[in-house]
Design a protein around this ligand. Structure first.
Ligand code: GUN
Length: 284
């Protein structure tokens, strides 16, 4: 029988912890602050941003939203980020991706003060992660949340064979770095890999961040595999589903994160945790 990894429960516990930390900070007259910048009206992005705002409010985190029309110019967006860099109420700045085609996203991310880069996307923070530098710096929230989940379920990573499917800057690449830093043996497979299942079949842990329903199924894993499904897709019935199609009686998968209720809630909980972390780091 497949055992489900309850991301919702772990996220709730983490949120409770974050809420307590916010209360402690407020007693010292400090309120953590998050700014979310969204461009255009893509429904999925709007939904994510709404849930981030709602969670911030629930936890007592100050939040502001800068909602901009699709027609915003590069220089206007750069200026908005610069203003937030200098806004003392704000500890974390998140620019919701994707941005419209006429915007140079790399330049926008590079404009964020690395000390306020709550997504961990700035090249300075990505570099620190890949070098496994000591000290405090933000890390991309989805992979960081996955590390928290695996730790909660006491899943050992040292020397384990890990296959990451996908190589995005948001999930795949930072996931690789975190796993390497945790002493795992890591392989990344992607759209140019000839036979993805050749690799996943030998993996102790597979992390799939592709965004294509049923790109993997039971037969693609070895017995006892742990599967982390980052996909947010629609299945053939229009229901939210991950990258992995599996049977409850899978012979191979031992643990899997369900979609919904697995990785998704952890991403938002980690964003809130990291906003509070960055507030605390900024005081030192
Ligand atoms: N779009 C999809 N995931 C993310 C994320 O984690 N951060 C931002 N900024 N945009 C996203």
């Amino acid at each position: 029988m497949v055992q489900l990894i309850n991301g919702k429960k772990v996220a709730n516990d983490l949120n409770l912890e974050t809420k307590k930390r916010v209360i402690r900070l407020k007693k010292q007259d400090v309120t953590p602050g998050l700014a979310v910048v969204i461009v255009g009206d893509d429904p999925a992005s709007q939904r994510y941003v709404r849930s981030k705002e709602k969670k911030a409010k629930e936890l007592g985190i100050f939040s502001i939203k800068r909602a901009l029309p699709e027609s915003v110019t590069q220089s206007e967006l750069v200026q908005i980020v610069k203003d937030l860099n200098h806004d003392d109420r704000i500890n974390g700045i998140l620019v919701q991706s994707p941005l419209p085609d006429h915007i140079d996203e790399e330049q926008i991310i590079a404009t964020i003060d690395p000390k306020k880069d709550v997504d961990g996307f700035h090249p300075v923070n990505v570099g620190k992660l890949f070098l496994n530098l000591k000290g405090h710096y933000p890390v991309a929230c989805t992979p960081k949340g996955i590390m928290t989940l695996l730790a909660k379920y006491k899943i050992n990573l040292d020397g384990k064979n890990i296959v990451v499917v996908g190589r995005s800057s948001i999930v795949g690449k930072p996931m690789l770095a975190l796993m390497l830093n945790a002493d795992a043996t890591v392989i990344d497979v992607h759209s140019h890999t000839d036979d993805i299942s050749k690799y996943t079949k030998h993996a102790d842990i597979v992390i799939s961040a592709v965004g294509k329903y049923a790109i993997l199924n039971d037969d693609d894993f070895k017995p006892g595999a742990v599967v982390i499904d980052v996909g947010q897709n629609m299945d053939e019935n229009g229901k939210l589903a991950g990258d992995v199609a599996y049977k409850a009686k899978s012979d191979n998968i031992e643990f899997i994160t369900p979609v919904p209720g697995g990785v998704g809630p952890m991403t938002i909980a980690t964003l809130m945790q990291q906003t509070v972390d960055m507030c605390e780091w900024s005081k030192k």
